[in-house]
Ligand binder design. Structure first.
Ligand code: MEV
Length: 328
């Protein structure tokens, strides 16, 4: 039996359908070529080392309070032990190819990586559907539910993306459909503003608690956009993909999750000749994505940079969770 295992999981970019997916709608997400790495060595003590998270041999013991940024690691261990029984742990080391500040799904990537590595080390068979349910449970334990409506404050789409990779259509309860699409001529621009996903998911839940039927109407429009986007993506119709992105951005703005900076970056991209652009993720900051043809691609990137954004060189359709090494 091996006593060490290294697992990698991809970061993600939400392309269409954010927020509506929390309420049972569909979203489209692609895995990108920056990865989170989790190495676990069998050990009686459970210690966490991660330069990125600021831990050096941090001892995890039952009954102690732990810092917030270790929450997903601890929830992942708890969730796998709820499912299989017994206790799970070891010397855990975590590092990543990307900064958590970009909002590319580091929490779900860590959660999936820890569960996959622990299952592998303990010779436990784990199909992707079961891995999704264990990891989503862990994420929900951290994110919680909306105080008034009881809505779960996460859809699990980012967990599914870390597991399956590629580009997928995701809907409630981990329903996934792989979308065999070519790489979009995508520009990914980090706005410089760090957003709190929990804050913005709560904000939309507050809005929906007071304006339920209006929000439901917006979510059904979101689903219509996702449906049209899927067909445009499958036929590589980038112009249509761009138009749908701008429409999706408008819808997210009406839910109150855009910011002045995000709105400005979307406008700059379109003025620079992009087919369309939108915020990606929960809103409040993080990234704007734009689609542009060959003739305007450079110009759009330059405009976004001159508007204060950082262009992230990301490739889409990356491979899902992977056991990279296993041995003694
Ligand atoms: C956040 O990246 C996307 C949201 O739809 C939340 C979720 O689906 O968990 C806002």
């Amino acid at each position: 039996m091996s006593d060490t295992c290294v697992v990698s999981t991809p970061a993600k970019l939400a392309l269409f359908g954010e927020h509506a997916v929390v309420y049972g709608g569909h979203c489209i997400v692609t895995a990108v070529n920056k990865r989170m790495w989790v190495k676990i060595r069998d050990s009686r003590e459970t210690v966490l080392t991660s330069k990125d998270m600021g831990f050096d041999h941090y001892l995890i013991e039952k009954g102690t309070t732990y810092p917030r940024n270790a929450a997903f690691v601890i929830a992942a261990m708890q969730s796998i032990s709820n499912y299989f029984g017994g206790s799970f742990g070891g010397e855990i080391e975590i590092w990543s190819d990307f900064s958590a500040k970009y909002g590319l799904g580091s929490s779900s990537a860590v959660t999936v990586g820890v569960i996959k590595a622990l299952a592998h080390l303990n010779n436990l068979k784990l199909d992707n559907g079961t891995l999704f349910h264990i990891a989503y449970d862990a994420v929900l334990n951290v994110q919680g539910r909306h105080k008034k409506s009881g809505m779960p404050l996460a859809s699990g789409f980012d967990v599914a993306s870390a597991i399956y990779g590629g580009t997928i259509d995701f809907s409630q309860n981990g329903k996934v459909r792989a979308l065999p699409i070519s790489d979009i001529p995508l520009i990914v621009a980090y706005s410089g503003e760090k957003a709190s996903t929990a804050f913005y998911v709560n904000k939309v839940a507050d809005l929906c608690a007071g304006h339920n039927s209006l929000c439901q109407s917006l979510f059904s429009i979101s689903d219509e956009i996702v449906k049209l986007a899927e067909s445009a993506l499958l036929r590589s119709d980038w112009e249509e993909v761009g138009i749908l992105m701008t429409l999706n951005h408008g819808l997210l703005s009406s839910l109150g999750v855009s910011t002045e900076t995000l709105g400005r970056l979307v406008s700059l991209a379109i003025k620079g000749g992009a087919y369309g652009a939108k915020l990606s993720g929960a809103g409040g900051g993080d990234c704007v994505i734009a689609v542009a043809g060959k003739d305007s691609y450079e110009n759009v990137s330059e405009r976004l940079e001159s508007g204060g954004a950082e262009i992230l060189p990301l490739d889409m359709n990356a491979e899902g969770v992977k056991v990279e090494a296993s041995g003694n």
